[in-house]
Design a protein around this ligand. Structure first.
Ligand code: AVJ
Length: 323
C-alpha cells in the first residue's frame, strides 16, 4: 500500500470568488479569472476537452511523454520529491513515475477536490511504494507556495516541480514570471522544473482548438456563468451569451470571450451588472510561445533552459529548467 497522507487544505476563502467576480465585471473590458472554470462540473468538461479532435494540446503532450519520459527521467537524480501544481487527474505524472527510481514523495497540488481525490485513487494502486502527500489549494497564491516547503514532506534542496499541460500559458508574462519564481524557490538550489509549453502555430489550428464543433469548449466557458449563478446567487441567462475564441497577435495568445447577445442586466449578490449587445467578458488567455520567447521568460525567473523535447510537428514542447 502506498502511504497517502490526509488531504491538506490551503486557504481558499469564500469571499475571494465574489470579490474577483465583482471586480472583474466592473472593469471597462469585463473579465473573469480563468481559475474559476474548475468547479467539479468545469473540471469534468475540461477532461472532455482533452480528448477532442481539435484540441491537439493534451494528446500531443502525452505523445511526447510516451516517447521521451525515459530520457527525461535519465536527466533526473534518484530520491527526488515531485510536486505537481494543478495536477488535475494525475495522468501525466504517471508516465514519469513509471521511469523514475526511488521517488521520495509525490505532492499533487490541485484546486478541484474531486480531481485531487481522483488523482489519488488513480496513482496509489499504480505506484504502491510511493508516498503521496496531497494538497488542496490554489498555486497562484504566492504566499501559500512560500509556505509549502515548510508544511509538506518536500526537501529544501532537490525537488522537481512538474508543471505540464501548458497551464503556464494562462498567465500574462508578469504573473508567469512570478509563478516561475515560486517554482525556482520550491525546486531548491539543486532542483529541476519541467514545464509543458504550447508553441506558436497556424492561427486556424489554434482557433479551432478553442472552439470545437461539438461545443464542449463553449459549455466549459459558459459553465463559469453557471458557477456564479450557483455559488453567488447570480442571474445569468446562459442562452444570452455566445462563446468566442480569438487570436491576439500582439500578445501571442488565444483569448476566450463570452459575448452578450443583447442589452441585458445581471444581478450578482445585490449588485447589478449591465451589458450592451456585442460586449464581451474576457474569460481566458492561453499564451503561445516560441522556444526563444519561453527561454527569455524563464530567464527572468532565473531559470535556465537545459533541454527540450518536442513532437514532430513542433506543436508542443516539454522544457527542463534549472536554477
Ligand atoms: C488547461 C490552461 C492548458 O489553455 O489550453 C482548454 C484550458 N481552455 N480549452 C488551455 C482550456 C479552453 C487549457 N489549459
Amino acid at each position: 500500500m502506498s502511504q497517502v497522507t490526509a488531504i491538506k487544505q490551503s486557504n481558499i476563502t469564500d469571499t475571494e470568488f465574489l470579490n474577483d467576480v465583482i471586480s472583474g465585471l466592473t472593469q471597462q473590458q469585463k473579465t473573469l479569472p480563468c481559475k474559476y472554470f474548475y468547479d467539479d462540473k468545469g473540471a469534468a468538461l475540461f477532461e472532455q476537452i482533452t480528448s477532442l479532435q481539435e484540441y491537439y494540446v493534451t494528446r500531443t503532450e502525452l505523445s511526447i511523454l510516451e516517447q521521451y519520459s525515459q530520457s527525461i527521467a535519465q536527466m533526473l537524480p534518484e530520491n527526488l520529491s515531485i510536486i505537481e501544481p494543478g495536477c488535475g487527474s494525475g495522468k501525466k505524472v504517471a508516465y514519469l513515475l513509471a521511469h523514475m527510481a526511488n521517488v521520495k514523495t509525490f505532492v499533487p497540488f490541485e484546486i478541484s477536490e474531486e480531481m485531487l481525490s481522483y488523482s489519488l485513487a488513480h496513482l496509489s494502486p499504480l505506484f504502491p511504494d510511493l508516498a503521496i502527500s496531497p494538497l488542496l489549494g490554489d498555486f497562484t497564491h504566492s504566499q501559500m507556495v512560500k509556505q509549502l516547503t515548510k508544511d509538506t514532506a518536500l526537501d529544501s534542496q532537490t525537488n522537481l516541480v512538474y508543471f505540464p499541460g501548458s497551464t503556464l500559458g494562462n498567465f500574462a508574462p508578469v504573473k508567469a514570471i512570478e509563478i516561475m519564481n515560486n517554482f525556482h524557490r520550491l525546486c531548491g538550489v539543486n532542483g529541476y522544473v519541467l514545464i509543458g509549453v504550447d508553441l506558436v502555430k497556424e492561427h486556424q489550428v489554434l482557433l479551432d482548438a478553442y472552439n470545437d464543433k461539438a461545443g464542449i469548449t463553449a459549455a466549459f466557458n459558459k459553465n463559469l456563468l453557471q458557477r456564479i449563478n450557483n455559488e453567488l446567487s447570480g442571474t445569468f441567462n446562459l442562452d444570452n451569451f455566445s462563446h468566442e475564441s480569438r487570436f491576439n497577435e500582439q500578445h501571442s495568445r488565444i483569448e476566450m470571450h463570452l459575448v452578450s447577445n443583447c442589452n441585458q442586466s445581471v444581478i450578482i449578490n445585490d449588485q447589478q451588472i449591465d451589458f450592451i449587445e456585442g460586449e464581451s467578458i474576457h474569460t481566458e488567455n492561453s499564451h503561445k510561445y516560441t522556444l526563444e520567447s519561453f527561454k527569455q521568460l524563464a530567464a527572468q525567473a532565473n531559470l535556465k533552459l537545459e533541454q527540450t523535447w518536442q513532437d514532430d510537428s513542433n506543436y508542443f514542447a516539454l522544457c527542463l529548467l534549472r536554477p
